[in-house]
Design a protein around this ligand. Structure first.
Ligand code: DON
Length: 311
């Protein structure tokens, strides 16, 4: 990747983002997130040679929310291997990310580990033989190792906020329990899940976190190459929920979004990219974050579906 071109494209993206009028809508079903300034924007890219390029508010912390589902899935696959898939599917979803209807239609087997129901089951699987505090410590340790940064933390006020207002997740958890696909009390599993979603990170930290999925983490060995491949495939097909097809069409990079407005995108062997803009589109994915990744992908020919000469 040509560094001069990369720097110029990042500056163009930043400038366009600052001027954008339609910035989407900040998530308000978690009151702590409703307070975030929709004017924020950041992008950061890590390359295999250890260099990192950033623009905008790349050192401002935000709530990673559903991006955390990547890390719990990575831990669960390491612990259970293919047995994990007895409880969760690997298909894209048709309805919104917190749909009860979709879970009911599938008799309590969530379509994939990235919709809320699938992520709640994933967290439930990590609680086997452990107290919530231990599971949360395990998740935090994984994330800190991935980012090479011991300062990453969970924001208790965001977790508490969601605990009070995340009624959809309570419905999903009780329904999973009714289908025998939740092995702990709803309170216990959701308490853990809300804290995992409340991990705060800067865009720079998040980009560094993605290096293990792009295949160039400095120490390596966080998860097996086979699991990297599995997770990247799921990011491409399910990482943006019912907007995943459109995202693959426009951007073409395996990615995972969160309602905090963050997106982590990974190109195996080439780059780990984080973007943050708090305003969301109708599917709950960062509106300007998607626009920014589309711009980057087009300008540098990064779509995995591209022949590199599609401009
Ligand atoms: O469970 C929830 O609703 C949130 N903690 C996370 C959802 C989320 O980030 C969806 N992503 N776009």
């Amino acid at each position: 990747m040509d560094k001069a071109t990369l720097t110029r494209v990042l500056d163009d993206i930043h400038r366009a983002a600052m001027l954008a009028e339609d910035r989407g809508k900040v998530a308000d079903y978690i009151p702590e997130l409703a307070r975030i300034d929709p004017g924020k924007f950041a992008m950061s890219i890590c390359l295999p040679d250890g260099s990192q390029y950033s623009v905008g508010d790349a050192q401002v912390e935000f709530s990673i929310q559903s991006v955390s589902k990547l890390f719990t899935l990575a831990i669960a696959l390491g612990r259970y291997g293919d047995r994990f898939w007895d409880r969760v599917g690997r298909e894209p979803s048709t309805f919104v990310f917190n749909s009860v209807q979709e879970l009911e239609a599938r008799q309590g087997i969530p379509p994939n580990p990235f919709v809320n129901a699938g992520a709640i089951v994933t967290t439930d699987s990590l609680l086997v033989g452990a107290q919530p505090k231990e599971t949360l410590a395990e998740i935090l340790q994984f994330v800190r190792l991935a980012a090479s940064d011991e300062s990453i933390f969970m924001d208790p006020s965001v977790a508490q906020s969601e605990k009070r207002t995340g009624h959809r997740n309570w419905s999903l958890a009780y329904f999973l329990r009714a289908c025998s696909n939740l092995h702990h009390d709803c309170e216990l599993t959701l308490g853990t899940y809300f804290h995992q979603c409340a991990i705060a990170m800067t865009c720079e930290q998040l980009a560094r976190c993605g290096r293990f999925l792009a295949g160039f983490h400095p120490t390596g060995g966080l998860i097996s190459p086979a699991h990297v491949r599995s997770i990247n495939a799921l990011m491409m097909t399910c990482g943006h929920y019912d907007g995943s097809g459109e995202f693959a069409y426009r951007v073409g990079i395996p990615s995972k979004s969160g309602v905090g407005g963050g997106i982590l995108a990974v190109l195996p062997g080439k780059a780990s990219i984080a973007v943050w803009s708090p305003g969301l589109d109708a599917h709950g994915n960062s509106l300007l974050g998607t626009v920014a990744l589309e711009h980057l992908s087009n300008a540098l020919g990064l779509s995995v579906f591209s022949l590199g000469s599609d401009r």
